[in-house]
Design a protein. Structure first.
Length: 142
């Protein structure tokens, strides 16, 4: 059994993948690394609502996304700030009903929405998350 709450035991990306037990995690990480030329940073969060290890992908000092491991799936947090908001709202009607609902239900604070997106498979939600990360990076999201 793999535990991701032990602060003294930094897990590898492979160990996190073993905990999640979903091949979509490995695919997601490979795509982010290949598309943005970045590597993962595994960090421990002491945040009361999300304590434990997570995986961050950063490019040019900006966090593209943070992955929170779950059993059989993972949650990707993508922060939509002032710069990205208009681009995201333009493509929103094209996104999956699930992602539109996540966006609508996420409260805005300090001009940002912290979208928590559950990924279980390579379907529309996966494609939508990749599109939002592209917008976050500064692309058009097309």
């Amino acid at each position: 059994m793999i535990h991701l709450q032990n602060r003294q035991d930094t897990p590898s990306l492979e160990k996190i993948g073993e905990y999640i037990r979903n091949p979509v995690f490995e695919k997601f990480c490979r795509e982010i690394k290949a598309q943005y030329g970045c590597s993962e940073k595994i960090e421990y969060s002491s945040c009361s609502w999300e304590r434990g290890w997570n995986v961050k992908f950063k490019k040019a000092g900006k966090t593209l996304c943070t992955i929170y491991p779950r059993e059989n799936y993972f949650t990707v947090m993508i922060v939509i700030g002032e710069k990205e908001k208009m681009s995201v709202e333009v493509v929103l009607p094209e996104l999956s009903p699930y992602l539109r609902e996540v966006y609508a239900q996420t409260k805005e604070g300090n001009g940002q929405k912290w979208l928590m997106i559950d990924l279980e498979d390579e379907g529309d939600v996966y494609k939508d998350a990749m599109r939002l990360i592209q917008i976050r990076r500064g692309g058009a999201g097309q």
